[in-house]
Structure formats: C-alpha cells, structure tokens
Design a protein around this ligand. Structure first.
Ligand code: GUN
Ligand code: ZN
Length: 437
C-alpha cells in the first residue's frame, strides 16, 4: 500500500471551462498532495508539507502536473492494426478491422492485446478510456479484468453487430441483449469499472437489435451508451438505404431508444440541423476523434460551431482508426483541424478537452479529469522540454501556454515522465532517457 505523496511542479487545475471563461480559468499551484487514492489538497509546497509531514515528496521542478488524460472513444482491439494504409471507413472496417476483431474469440489473445494497449496508453499519460470491445464477451472480460487489476477507471462494452459483418463477428438481437446485460450486471460499478451499452453503428445492427439495446438502456439508464454517428458521407448514404423511414442518421438511434443524456456519439462530423438540435436538447455528448478523421479521410469536426451552440464534447484517439495512442498528438490534430476551419483552439482548451472535457462527456467529471481536493488521484507529469526541438522552443516561452504548446504539437511519450493512477505511481517503460538536453 502506497502512502501519502506530495508532487511539486506546475500543478494545473481549472476553476471553469476555458471555452466559457478563457485561459484565465486555469490556476497553477506549486504542489498537490495525494492520500488514500484521492487528491487531498493543492497549494503551496510549504503548506502541503506542513499538513502532510509524512508524505513522500516527488519534486518535479518546472514540469507540468495535470490530470491524467481521458480518451473518450477508443477500440482497444484495434491496437495491432493501427496505421493500416489506404482505405476509407467501410473498406477499412472490412479489410483490417473485422479480421482482427475476429481473433478476440480467443480469451488469451484478448488478454495479450489488453495488456499491450494499457501499457502503451499509460506510457502516453492516458489514465481513463472509454473503449469498444468486440462482439465476444471474453474481450470485455479481458479488458475489465486487467484494468481492474491496475486500478484504472475505464469504461467498456461488448460491441454489438447482427448484420453486415463477417461470420464469426455477428451476434443476434437477443444474444446482444443477454450478453450485454450479463456483463453489465457483473462489472458495472465494480471498483472503477463502468459498462457502456455498445451498438457499433446503425449499419451493423438490425432495427431489432437497436431496439433490444434501447430496451436494455432503459432498464439501466445509469450506464453510458456509446456508438458512431455521421463519420463519412458514404456511411450516411448507406444508413439512409438501410433505414428508409428514418429522418436522418441520428433518428435510427433515437427511434430505438438510443438517444439520451448518457449517450456518446463518436465522430459526429456531417450533422443535419435537426440532429444538432436533438443532440443538444437531450444533453448527449459528441466525441471528436481528430487523428482518425484525417487518417480515414472522414472530414472536419465543427468544434467551434458545436461549442457555441452548447454541445457537450469529448476528445478521443479512436485507436486504431485514429493514428496514435497519444492524447498529445490528438490535441495537436484537433488544433490543426481548428486551423483548417479558421478557429484555432487555445492550448488551455486543448488540455481541458483531453482531461475535464472528456471526463464531462463520460459524466465522470465529479471524479476524474481535474486536480482538485476529493478527485481521484490520476495524474500525468509532463516534461515541457522532452526533446531538443521542443526544449529550444519552450525555453523562449513568455507564459505557461507558450511553454506547453510545443509539447502539445511535437510531444509524444517521451514527454510523459510519471503517471499516477488511483494515487499510485504506475510502472511503464519510457524512452525519454535516450536524449539529453
Ligand atoms: N464506425 C463503425 N465502426 C467503426 C470503427 O471501428 N472505427 C471507426 N473509426 N468508425 C467506425
Ligand atoms: Zn470508433
């Protein structure tokens, strides 16, 4: 059992959402004290030392200490097919994704990829993720068991598909309901594990399956529901042909009980005005997956417009449609997409989206995503001079944001010097010792 700890550095916390309140919403403290897996206090080094005389001191100089990154939409089973060349969404699913997901019928394979995925993401500073698994219950068991062992707050769900997927990767309306329910009852609320009801997307579910999962959600409204929405134009045309009476893509979910405040809709790029209105009215969350949207060629998410109309938005890698495990790289891609739309995001907004914003999308912002007393102690320590290229830029910085921005744009796992999960220092291999500066 690890005792109390004090970490010193530049401890970044937010009093408010910087999209509403500007960069001044951020506050930097000298130190943070951890006790019993939670954040006990933030403040001056001297005050925290006095209040916690027995705590182990971890001095991080001028490194940035922020909440652990929260990745609001990933597919951990796609770890081994990340960066697969040359296809757009439907062909990419058929050529790379489905054959790989078929392998998760083997629990040993699921356990191996889970461990690999959690090692890679920890090294990149991600402490919580919301993951699709595969249709196999064993893929969910493997993910939850390993995250539970590591003490990580994660969300996951059995991906449900009963059509337009290959043999070996289809369930049925009834088995999707039964298997999801059994997993939910076993795992939801166990330690830090949460279950998300997970229809992959409308093209791979029959209306009967969507209705069955809508019924399950109405029986368990405390659970999140995650799916995909309006990622590519070809996909939207396909949805229209499969659901001829639907008003739009969102309506295929809405009319089957799959639109609600605990709903998470990945991508949400090509939205109709009615869809935007309904997403906002119901309090659903949209998840921006910027490296995926450029990698698979999907389109440019309207961050500024959606924020302005009051949508709740999280940020995500979408591994392995996304081309990175790193939330730093994901912030950089979100910045670049903002630039292409003429609305650059400020570094305070980027880091907020990767922490508190994604936590809010997952409805977990009362527990994770920020550094404040009572919050769970999931932290990442970032070296803002982790490579010579970054160091020579950040040493000229006039303020914290200018010091952080080169790490957002050019940083990778070498910037991640320490990760704390549930108040304990996580062990991971890092490569930043290869460079000296
Ligand atoms: N739409 C349905 N399934 C997927 C998936 O696995 N990845 C992405 N990016 N989009 C999807
Ligand atoms: Zn996805």
């Amino acid at each position: 059992m690890q005792g109390d700890a004090i970490l010193t550095g530049q401890v970044l916390s937010f009093d408010a959402d910087p999209f509403q309140a500007g960069p001044g919403a951020a506050v930097v403290h000298e130190a943070v004290a951890l006790s019993g897996g939670r954040i006990a206090a933030v403040g001056s080094r001297a005050d925290l030392r006095r209040a916690h005389p027995d705590a182990a001191l971890h001095d991080h100089g001028q490194q940035l200490i922020c909440a652990g990154f929260v990745d609001a939409h990933v597919h951990y089973p796609q770890t081994a097919i990340i960066a697969s060349w040359g296809k757009r969404l439907i062909d990419w699913l058929n050529s790379y994704t489905f054959p790989e997901e078929t392998k998760f019928a083997d629990p040993a394979y699921a356990a191996r990829i889970t461990a690999r995925y959690l090692d890679l993401t920890t090294a990149n500073g991600t402490t919580t993720m919301c993951s699709f698994c595969t249709i196999h219950p064993a893929s969910v068991e493997a993910f939850f068991a390993e995250a539970h062992r590591r003490g990580q707050r994660v969300v996951g769900g059995k991906t449900c598909m009963d059509r337009n997927a290959p043999e070996g990767l289809r369930d049925s309306a009834q088995s999707a309901y039964d298997d999801s329910k059994a997993l939910l009852e076993t795992w939801h609320g166990r330690g830090r594990i949460s279950y998300a009801i997970t229809p992959r997307f409308s093209p791979t579910s029959t209306p009967d399956q969507l209705a069955a999962l809508g019924a399950l959600w109405s029986e368990h409204p405390e659970c999140l529901m995650q799916t995909h929405l309006s990622e590519q134009t070809d996909e939207i045309a396909w949805v229209k042909s499969l659901y001829p009476s639907a008003r739009d893509y969102l309506d295929t979910y809405e009319s089957h009980g799959l639109l609600g405040a605990n709903g998470l809709y990945g991508h949400a790029i090509h939205l109709e005005p009615r869809e935007r209105d309904r997403l906002r009215e119901t309090g659903a969350a949209l998840v921006h997956c910027p490296t995926s949207n450029t990698f698979i060629g999907s389109g440019l998410f309207d961050m500024a417009g959606l924020i302005a109309e009051g949508q709740r938005i999280g940020l995500a890698t979408d591994t392995g449609g996304g081309s990175s495990f790193s939330m730093l790289r994901t912030m950089a891609a979100a910045y670049e997409i903002g630039q292409l739309r003429g609305t650059p995001l400020h570094p305070s907004q980027l880091i907020w989206l990767a922490t508190a914003g994604s936590a809010r999308a997952l409805r977990m912002d009362d527990r994770i995503g920020s550094i404040a007393p009572g919050m769970e102690a999931d932290l990442v320590v970032l070296d803002l001079a982790s490579t010579p290229a970054i160091a020579q830029r950040s040493e000229r910085a006039a303020d914290l944001w200018e010091a952080l921005f080169p790490t957002i744009m050019m940083g990778d796992d070498r910037a991640v010097t320490e990760v704390w999960i549930g108040g304990k220092k996580a062990h991971f291999k890092h490569q930043h010792n290869l460079i000296s500066h």
